[in-house]
Design a protein around this ligand. Structure first.
Ligand code: PLP
Length: 217
């Protein structure tokens, strides 16, 4: 168990030194979202005891089986849904999640408007690699969709999120996301996973989403 805490500590230290690692100007240190999909409450509890509060899951069903009791014990947990959301599960998802990172289409925006509460925050997911199998709005359609989402959600629309293609250099994808955010006057960037979180941090990520680098043996 302490291995998990140690790993988490290493990730936080690397986040703090990320800009330096890439020889880039200093950036605010991003918030670490510990991704707990396929991990048990037993594995998560030591992290909570150590003070970690932001966690990510990618399935609504798993959130409902794992998090209600943890959230009861630690009411200040911030739960992030980082996987695709079916519109018909929006109510269920927003009942437990605080931040949705995967808004990518109008039907989902419509159901969000029915169920959102003032504390909810939303990220538009952009499919920066134009991958047919991947969720997210294509980059060319992103500006119009972001405008629409901003008009509908107001200040609850806080950021953009991407998952770069697995076999590519993530830097151009992070750069594209950052440029879209700048053009649309969006503040937050959800980017960077176990393999590329230091680069994402050096490029201005607000949130990094890290799982295996923390839970791997
Ligand atoms: C699983 C997952 C992560 C974490 O991936 P690791 O490579 O294990 O750090 C981040 N973002 C999303 C959307 C995921 O589904």
């Amino acid at each position: 168990m302490s291995k998990i805490i140690d790993n988490c500590q290493v990730v936080m230290e690397r986040l703090a030194r990320a800009a330096e690692e890439f020889g880039l100007p200093p950036q605010p240190v991003p918030t670490l979202i510990v991704v707990t999909k396929n991990r048990s409450a037993e594995e998560i509890l030591p992290l909570l005891d150590a003070g970690q509060r932001d966690f990510g899951e990618n399935k609504v069903q798993e959130i409902h089986s794992k998090w209600p009791s943890l959230k009861e014990k630690y009411p200040d947990i911030v739960l992030h849904l980082i996987g695709p959301l079916q519109s018909n599960k929006t109510k269920e998802a927003l009942a437990l999640c605080d931040v949705l990172h995967t808004l990518d289409r109008e039907s989902l925006l419509e159901s969000i408007l029915k169920y959102k509460q003032p504390h909810h925050q939303f990220f538009v997911q952009v499919n920066t690699g134009n991958e047919p199998q991947k969720a997210g709005i294509p980059p060319l359609e992103a500006p119009a969709f972001i405008e629409k989402a901003k008009a509908a959600l107001g200040t609850s629309l806080v950021g953009l999120m991407c998952i770069p293609p697995i076999a590519e250099n993530p830097a151009p994808h992070f750069g594209l996301l950052k440029l879209l955010a700048k053009n649309e006057k969006i503040q937050k960037l959800s980017m960077g996973m176990s393999n590329d979180y230091t680069l994402a941090a050096a490029m201005g990520a607000t949130y990094v989403r890290v799982g295996s680098a923390i839970f791997a043996e």
